[in-house]
Design a protein around this ligand. Structure first.
Ligand code: 8YV
Length: 327
């Protein structure tokens, strides 16, 4: 008797080792040329595959998930990533599709990129590199590219989940930064790993931090959380860092705040309408811009793939997947 293996689609190219692992257990369709899927391709995929493994570049909105009257062959969206704001969870639930994600394994790498952006923005790292590459460096002088120190300054974290806590540990222990945070959920002292941190209101955090870094989820409550009013509360020497989701900040307001010197600069890894980057941000040399690479280490991208494997393996084995988001 031939036992049919579940048909699984990877919407993007993954590291070889995890693709091989998935192929050993499932009938997998790979995306060899790594093209971003169109809306039509996603709608077709819902009819053809038992599982789809999407990532942040697949906007699985209500229109797509409710296509064909919401009757699909696909029973699970095993997301390759922790954030799932690109998936309409209620449409998935209404159409009988489970959603899983890959938490924990991205914490270290995303925290590293956050620290890198804090340092890059404050110490003008990309401006320095650009100068050399353009062949414009005329030699050392005492006032060239004067920057802002980070050690001992105050870091304000918006959101204190796994990534916020790891950033707090590195910045607090390593850079002797004072840490304060704003969070709507309760964070237990145990989870803060012996760090001295204080919980403050959002307004206080914005007006008293030298660096403000965003680590909350993107959802209806946090959409546009940082706009003109909030940027006006920040100090003129302060920096805004975002490695969470672009929709949490108004890019227009941020570009204006940097241009008008309301704040000193910013470091961004995520954007409102990826892969589009607001040209107003690109014009400001004191905004460091990275292409959504927070989790982009080989170790993390492989670990994310293994998490997807575990979620699919449990689901098709009749068990609850370890990282079930919904239902
Ligand atoms: C991922 C991320 O690489 O997991 C997340 O939430 O933002 C990224 O680091 C991306 O989402 C992959 O889908």
């Amino acid at each position: 008797m031939i036992i049919q293996r579940p048909k699984v689609l990877l919407t993007r190219k993954w590291p070889d080792r995890v693709e091989d692992k998935l192929c050993s257990r499932f009938e997998v369709e790979l995306n060899h040329d790594d093209h971003p899927f169109t809306e039509k391709e996603l709608i077709d995929a819902l009819k053809k595959f038992d599982a789809i493994c999407p990532s942040v570049s697949d906007k699985l909105n209500g229109t797509i998930l409710r296509s064909g009257n919401g009757v699909h062959r696909t029973k699970i969206l095993a997301n390759y990533g922790a954030g799932h704001d690109h998936i309409d969870l209620s449409a998935a639930e209404d159409t009988g599709i489970s959603v899983t994600n890959t938490p924990d394994v991205l914490t270290a790498s995303t925290a590293e990129i956050t620290i890198a952006l804090i340092l890059a923005a404050a110490r003008r790292i990309s401006e320095g590199e650009t100068l050399i590459r353009a062949g414009l460096w005329s030699g050392w002088n005492p006032t060239q590219l004067l920057s802002t120190g980070v050690t001992g300054k105050t870091l304000g974290l918006i959101g204190m989940g796994r990534i916020g806590q790891r950033v707090a540990e590195i910045a607090g222990h390593g850079l002797q930064m004072g840490i304060q945070y704003f969070s709507r959920s309760k964070v237990s002292a145990k989870r803060l790993n012996g760090l001295k941190v204080s919980k403050v209101s959002l307004n206080r955090l914005l007006s008293t931090s030298d660096f403000v870094s965003i680590h909350c989820e993107a959802n209806e409550d946090t959409f546009g959380l940082i706009g003109e009013r909030e940027l006006n509360l920040m100090q003129s020497h302060s920096f805004l860092i975002n490695t969470a989701r672009g929709t949490i900040i108004s890019e227009k307001a941020l570009a204006e705040a940097v241009r008008n010197k309301t704040i000193a600069g910013a470091g961004l890894d995520v954007y409102e309408n990826e892969p589009a980057v607001n040209p107003a941000l690109q014009k400001e040399s004191n905004i460091t811009l990275l292409p959504h690479m927070g989790s982009g280490t080989i170790e993390t991208r492989e670990a994310m793939g293994y998490k997807v494997f575990e979620n699919l393996d449990a689901f098709f084995g009749g068990f609850t997947p370890p990282d079930l988001v919904t239902p």
